[in-house]
Design a protein around this ligand. Sequence first.
Ligand SMILES: Nc1nc2c(ncn2[C@@H]2O[C@H](COP(=O)(O)OP(=O)(O)O)[C@@H](O)[C@H]2O)c(=O)[nH]1
Ligand SMILES: [Mg+2]
Length: 314
Amino acid sequence: MSFHSGFVCILGRPNAGKSTLLNALVGEKLAIISPKPQTTRNRILGIINVPKEKGREAGQIVLIDTPGVHQSGSSLGRKMMSEVREALEGCELILLIVDAKRKWDRDDALVLDLAKKAGTPVFLLLNKIDLLADKSKLLPLIAQFQTLHDFKEIVPISALKRKGLNELLSCVLKALPNGPRYFPEDQITDQPVRFMAAELIREHVLMHTHEEVPHAVSVLIEQFEESPSLTRIAAVIFCEREGQKAILLGKGGQMLKKIGTAARLDIEKMVGTKVFLELFVKIKAGWRDSRNFVEELDWRRQLQQIGGPPEPES
Ligand SMILES: Nc1nc2c(ncn2[C@@H]2O[C@H](COP(=O)(O)OP(=O)(O)O)[C@@H](O)[C@H]2O)c(=O)[nH]1
Ligand SMILES: [Mg+2]
């Protein structure tokens, strides 16, 4: 019996629906979602075990969600783009996702350019087709995209409404080589739970704040203690200015309370215990331009530091 497997990178401009697709394909919330651009800041692995079906071999797809491709001069922006490049390195297939409702523009061209440079086969996913009232527009749209690149497949989907995803899985599996099961069958991500908790807190900040505040916020977990019935978490919400701190706290601390309650409920669902969540707001002026701080936020880096230097490769 043959088993297909491989690493598949989801690539696209901010807001195309990359993280929604990751969550939909894995069937669990692994990445936070928001209508605001640049919600995802690091690469996120989602592991899908596909059982054998009629006309389809069994396999394992290791999906990698990435930050939206964009041009930015800040340390944070550079770090996000380096996460994109790391995801592209060594992947067997790229899923280039575009918003079917939007006109193709320079930002999409930038994404295609990256994909071409990687030299990896590319599927084009036309996402958000639920928003296309006139489905007869789809064929001319596909024809138009075919002139841009020799895409291995063009697949219309709706990540949000979960349309076209089974077809997509079959196409992806077919495109992957025979290979091993890279991750145990019960593993769905490589993210530590404490980092996912920090992300859930950030998601509620994104939902409750506007303009520059969402972009100026990062979340660090300071304490994470698990017991069978209770998880104790203390987290710091960093922002860049006094005015942002005032917004995050709200009148009489109301805003922070709202964010905390909503995040706590989501974290309880994830960890399966009661959660005691303490939130603090601190100002770290210009953190997005601080390479050191941006690196501190990287959980892969944090793990390396706890575990000491990485083993030398043999
Ligand atoms: N209507 C519709 N909205 C979608 C679809 N996929 C994603 N979205 C929305 O697009 C926005 C950005 O989604 P997200 O997954 O965070 O995009 P990302 O920046 O590419 O990761 C969110 O508001 C999603 O709900 C889709 O298939 N249809
Ligand atoms: Mg995202």
